[in-house]
Design a protein around this ligand. Structure first.
Ligand SMILES: NC(=O)c1ccc[n+]([C@@H]2O[C@H](COP(=O)([O-])OP(=O)(O)OC[C@H]3O[C@@H](n4cnc5c(N)ncnc54)[C@H](O)[C@@H]3O)[C@@H](O)[C@H]2O)c1
Length: 337
């Protein structure tokens, strides 16, 4: 039996495919490469010594999905494919809703037609909007402040409705906090096509000299050093969470929702200091005004995933920073090197 990984050539997808192949699973990837590089697939093969089947195409292409499900004995799906830049989603809402919401509807329709009803979905901590408190628990109220977050909430809701309508569906909704880091080989990692939206790839780009300095948005938050605190999680730990979620679905049917984070927050300044220590590079930065919608601190209560998935993040901050730097220093221009 095989696992279909949509968006499997992307950042989190590629790391999850490595873990799946290492666990002797057969993997089929569908990815339109809109935010990924085909070279990631060769690198996955180098790391694992195993190949996966790759289809270049969109989850919006129903005929292609039918072909994939017809040609392979797919048992479950991990659905990463989607657009993820919050700022861009405000400018291009229709594209975000089409890819993230319509893409999931089409995928689920084809899955149902082929009687494949086991799904792990990539959601995001952004669905908590302005959280009720800290640390953030799965039973907190949700509310999005941008089309990206709305699209994740819509998909979560439609998956719950789907499971109510047909209880043969087994679904894990995973709400990621801030994935960082890279595989220990330095062969795969985050390779933003444009100017990075997230802190760690931005720091990496400054460190290799592609960007002159880092702008820190806000140094007057009510945090120990005034900069924002986030819950960073190593991408390999995150990837492992997907394997545990699949295991859980095979043991306990229904729909489940888990935070995947470490439960520990680090400030922007703490990340910069850790990076400088590991890389020996100085990261020039300057402070800029807070950005609209940013919060002082955002971190998970991840105890439910610890208890119910038998999963725990194993990587430290040092290892998150070290692996990010290894990837970036070996590949200053990402997969184009
Ligand atoms: N990285 C984060 O900070 C973060 C946080 C929370 C949630 N997520 C979610 O996790 C998932 C994976 O994120 P990532 O960081 O690996 O992003 P990514 O952009 O690296 O991966 C997404 C992949 O989907 C592919 N894709 C996009 N549209 C597609 C389509 N229509 N059909 C097929 N493939 C398509 C892209 O080419 C890319 O390879 C996304 O759904 C994202 O919203 C990411």
């Amino acid at each position: 039996m095989a696992i279909l990984v949509t968006g499997g050539a992307g950042y989190i997808g590629s790391h999850t495919v490595v873990e799946l192949l290492n666990a002797d699973q057969q993997v089929i990837i569908v990815d339109n490469l809109s935010n990924a590089n085909v070279n990631a697939l060769e690198r996955i093969e180098t790391i694992t010594g195993k190949a996966c089947v790759f289809y270049q195409g969109s989850v919006l292409n129903k005929a292609l999905l039918h072909k994939i499900f017809t040609d392979h004995p797919i048992e479950s799906v991990i659905h990463f494919a989607g657009l993820k830049a919050v700022g861009e989603s405000v400018i291009k809402p229709l594209q975000y809703y089409e890819t993230n919401v319509t893409g999931t509807i089409i995928l689920c329709q084809v899955m149902a037609e082929h009687n494949v009803k086991q799904l792990v979905f990539s959601s995001s901590a952004t669905v908590y909007g302005i959280p009720e408190g800290l640390p953030i628990r799965e039973d907190f109220s949700t509310g999005a402040t941008n089309p990206y977050g709305q699209s994740k909430l819509m998909v979560e809701q439609l998956l719950r409705d789907l499971q109510v309508a047909d209880n043969q569906w087994n679904i894990a909704v995973l709400r990621y906090f801030n994935p960082v880091g890279a595989h220990q080989s330095g062969l795969i990692g985050e390779d933003p096509a444009d100017i990075p939206n997230n802190l760690m790839p931005f720091i990496c780009q400054v460190a290799v000299g592609n960007i002159p300095e880092l702008k820190i948005f806000g140094n007057d938050y009510l945090t120990p050093d005034g900069t924002g605190i986030r819950d960073y999680i190593h991408v390999v730990d995150l990837a492992q969470g997907h394997l545990q979620a699949l295991q859980k679905l095979s043991e306990q049917p229904g729909i489940v929702t888990y935070n995947l984070g470490t439960g520990r927050g680090y400030s922007v300044i703490e990340i910069i200091k850790a990076f400088e220590l590991v890389s020996g590079k100085q990261i020039p930065y300057r402070f800029a005004p807070r950005r609209d919608g940013d919060l002082a601190a955002y971190f998970a209560d991840a105890s439910l995933a610890y208890e119910e998935l038998d999963w725990q993040p194993l990587h430290t901050l040092e290892s998150m920073v070290e692996s990010s730097w290894l990837w970036q220093s070996k590949n200053p221009n990402g997969y184009n090197d």
